[in-house]
Design a protein around this ligand. Structure first.
Ligand code: G16
Length: 543
């Protein structure tokens, strides 16, 4: 088997975003495009000679081809052992789990997360470092710098490997180990979650639906819910991973998981509903007749995590991304633990987790996780909810309402303006930034601006500063609006406007979210002049 050095020239669009390099499949299909990016990653891994690497993806269209290329390049770049999930599959949290367990130097995770798949859809390549989480900015900056000067890549000349057979094969000097992508993850869950109590709950007739959205969590959810915990067959919907996710958008929110939402709102609603996304790191929780916002879910899990074996001794602290509602802050205050506010992106939680400053963390974008891995973890969040339901014996909707009665309710919504002209979106945020100092004291739609800023974060562990992470507008009326441009879109720009309003009085917890937030939305529109900048009179999607 020979190692080839292949001459190449740089592409100018390989800058990793919030979560690795994400583009249309057609971009990745250009000759040398994958090779350039993967070689740039490898060039930035010091000490890769003789190290272990994990490779896997969410099974979307083009996954198998890129896995084969990555394995051949890894073998040519000095890695001694490359662990790959059977069929080329690993959910993102399972990849994180195995990187940690097998002490790998890192992992190449192929996914565009919740973005659509198929030939016209999106693809992505992300590098996770040895703690199991997404590479920090210093590393992604180095990878990007490398993509701009790359002039050769290394690959072994070999036929494609059989990824469907478990076991080890040699590729050049490297050993390729094809593993069951589910087994280690299930074993980890058993150490954290009370499987016996949940099995007893299912045995008592409790019914749930888990919508795997034809994406990677189907095999994980079936193994855990239906095989280990005894939930009836059919509990997992859309459980077979498909390269195009069945034509659906694998984003677990009330818009894209509409079937599950209507089931949960119907007369035969099961006791509990949940969904996960393309690569299994996001989650959606639905109680009968009640969608639980990710921000509320984080707050509720923080308040109740001690009911699960993995968190019995309490939490060191918690963290949320800045646009996530402040519901968890109130719980942390009550528990007497620290609550950190970080920029959007899971990588910002890594130092806090590594230093033991926090145990749980989460984001409004449907991500919740803990110190068990260094990624958000959809199936884990669902299991922790089930653990809480099993121990308390309460209905999920009752848990939510009791939480609001104790801590108050944060009405919350996100308005997304998708595929906006990129320059127009930049213009909107630039104009807002320029006017920030003039806003305090001004009134819009009956709300008065108390304070505002452009969020910047100083990492308490390494002191690194990340600036321009979104514009926060606080109103005197216990409301907040946040403006931020997405880092995961692949066409134009997506403007996200995050709206929230706190209501302490339990007598007012039954209102419609849209009604409560209407003045906040009106104030946000007036402040940012969204229509004038983008030409959009209303958001493309509200979740
Ligand atoms: C990624 C990150 C998340 C982050 C999200 C934000 O999610 O992993 O930590 O919250 O992006 O997305 P945006 O920049 O579009 O608001 P995922 O699930 O796509 O990997």
């Amino acid at each position: 088997m020979t190692i080839r050095q292949v001459a190449t020239t740089p592409f100018d669009d390989q800058k990793p975003g919030t979560s690795g390099l994400r583009k249309k499949v057609s971009a990745f299909q250009q000759p040398r495009y994958v090779e350039n990016f993967v070689q740039s990653i490898f060039d930035c891994i010091e000490n890769r000679q003789g190290a272990t690497l994990v490779v896997g993806g969410d099974g979307r269209y083009f996954n198998r081809e890129v896995i084969q290329t990555t394995l051949k390049m890894a073998a040519a770049n000095g890695f001694a052992r490359i662990i790959v999930g059977r069929g080329g599959l690993f959910s993102t949290p399972a990849a994180s789990c195995i990187i940690r367990k097998r002490k790998a130097i890192g992992g190449v995770v192929l996914s565009a997360s919740h973005n659509p798949g198929g030939p016209q859809g999106d693809f992505g390549i992300k590098f996770n470092v040895s703690h199991g989480g997404p590479a920090p900015e210093s590393v992604t900056d180095a990878i990007y710098a490398r993509t701009k000067v790359i002039d050769r890549y290394r690959i072994v000349d070999a036929p494609d490997l059989d990824l469907d057979r478990l076991g080890e094969v040699k590729l050049g000097d490297a050993t390729i180990e094809v593993v069951d992508p589910v087994a280690d993850y299930v074993a980890l869950m058993e150490t954290l979650i009370d499987f016996e109590r949940i099995a007893a709950l299912f045995a008592s007739g409790f019914r749930m639906r888990f919508d795997a959205m034809s994406a990677v969590t189907g095999p994980y959810a079936k193994a855990i819910l239906e095989e280990c915990l005894g939930a009836p067959a059919g509990t997992v919907m859309n459980g077979k991973p498909l390269p195009d996710f069945g034509g659906h958008h694998p984003d677990p929110n009330p818009v894209h998981a509409a079937d599950l939402i209507s089931l949960m709102n119907g007369p035969d609603a099961p006791d509990f509903g949940a969904a996960s996304d393309g690569d299994g790191d996001r989650n959606m929780i639905v109680a009968p007749g009640l969608f639980v916002t990710p921000s509320d879910s984080l707050a509720i899990l923080t308040a109740q995590a001690h009911l699960a074996p993995g968190y019995r001794s309490g939490l060191a602290g918690v963290a949320r991304s800045m646009p996530t509602s402040r519901a968890v802050d109130r719980v942390a205050e009550r528990l007497g633990i620290a609550c950190y506010e970080t920029p959007t992106g899971w990588k910002y939680f890594a130092n806090l987790l590594d230093e033991g400053l926090i145990t749980l963390c989460g984001e409004e974008s449907a991500g919740t996780g803990s110190n068990h891995v260094r990624e958000k973890d959809g199936v884990w969040a669902v299991l922790l909810w089930l653990n809480i339901l099993a121990v308390t014996g309460k209905r999920a909707d009752a848990i939510v309402r009791e939480h609001w009665a104790t801590f108050g309710r944060d009405y919350y919504a996100r308005h997304d303006y998708e595929e906006v002209d990129a320059a127009a979106a930049q213009g909107l945020t630039a104009s807002l930034r320029e006017r920030l100092s003039t806003l305090p004291g001004q009134s819009y739609a009956g709300l008065t601006v108390e304070a505002c800023d452009d969020f910047a974060y100083t990492d308490p562990v390494d002191g690194s500063v990340t600036s321009s992470q979104g514009i926060r507008i606080l109103f005197r009326e216990d409301a907040r609006a946040v403006f931020r441009l997405s880092g995961t879109g692949t066409v134009g720009a997506t403007l996200r406007v995050y709206l929230e309003r706190f209501e302490k009085d339990p007598g007012r917890h039954g209102a419609a979210t849209a009604d409560v937030l209407a003045p906040v939305a009106a104030a946000a529109n007036a402040i940012a002049d969204i229509e004038a900048h983008t030409g959009r009179a209303s958001p493309s999607i509200i979740t």
